[in-house]
Design a protein around this ligand. Sequence first.
Ligand code: FMN
Length: 368
Amino acid sequence: MSTNNLFSPFNLKTLNLKNRIVMAPMTRSFSPNGVPTDDVAAYYQKRAEGEVGLILSEGTVIDRKSSSNDANVPHFYGDLALNGWKKVIDEVHAAGGKMGPQIWHMGIMDNHHSGWVPPVPFEGPSGLNRPDFRNGIAMSEKDIEDTILAFGKAAADAKRLGFDTIEIHGAHGYLIDQFFRAETNLREDIYGGKTLPERNRFAIEVIKEIRKQVGNDFAVIMRFSQFKPSDYNYKLAKNPQELEAWLTPLVDAGVDIIHASQRRFWEPEFEGSDLNFAGWAKKVTGAPTITVGSVGLSGDFFGAFAGESSEPTSLDELNRRFDRGDFDLVAVGRPLLSDPNWVAKIKAGKTDQLKGFSKEALGALVLE
Ligand SMILES: Cc1cc2nc3c(=O)[nH]c(=O)nc-3n(C[C@H](O)[C@H](O)[C@H](O)COP(=O)(O)O)c2cc1C
């Protein structure tokens, strides 16, 4: 089956992409004290040279003292870190690429295995990372207000540095997702509530502040996941009606593109249809969507963290769904860790040269 349609342009506001393939955001922990190095810039530039349509950066944290549990995760604040990011975007642009940072606050976390801890306790809606695990404080209204402003500041800085878009990390059980989830948001003020639309409030205020900072013409992506790392089968929205009630207010608040994070893109989201998460998100909101999850690989990414390798697989099922109009963009993670030229090889039909994924790629910034 032809991949030609994946190589058609995509245009939305500030985003003008030469193809539909997005590098998924992937934490690399190669930025000592939160500052992206020249090696980090070279790593992203190689993916731009390899014809990735849009690069989403690894999660990069906002200006809150406990927004991260890892000293080597990049900051998106402070002159040193922002100068590092300026170098990244300039090198990506020089190679003909487009890029947005993934703006992140981890919320309540497990302590990092390195032993490093932030100078103040982790903060989240209710101090909980998952139902049975408390490791930090419940945010005050002032904490919430300052955090919303810090998200906005990061977005404004991204635009000022010349990035083409930003992605808000609202997925995978981190801060914003902790507000969405009933079991981690036990608040009795306006940021809590029995229903998912009520628990949307924090996210809506973050989106509105970001929109205020970047203006209407700047493309804003937001990432969501039903699954949580502590519960792969968890569903915030149990049916299409709940999905619509969750996502539509967020689109109305200013999200342009929904990044629907899934472990395996071919898995149906709800019974009675083969549509996946991105397919349903597009259907119920009308917004463009990005799909993701084991595209071109045999195993999923939690297997990767457990040390599993994955072999290259066919893109036929992906193309079938793409050509049907289920989603607009396709994010690819692990194949691009191992091989900066994955997209160029797909484009040229050199599938015999694809590398798959092995755990060694997690331990280095692979440049060729
Ligand atoms: C090493 C690694 C780090 C990741 N870090 C992030 C992250 O910072 N933010 C995020 O939203 N997802 C993160 N993910 C998830 C990926 O963006 C992607 O959704 C996942 O790997 C599935 O895509 P794949 O099967 O093509 O690898 C990470 C995945 C991997 C393998």
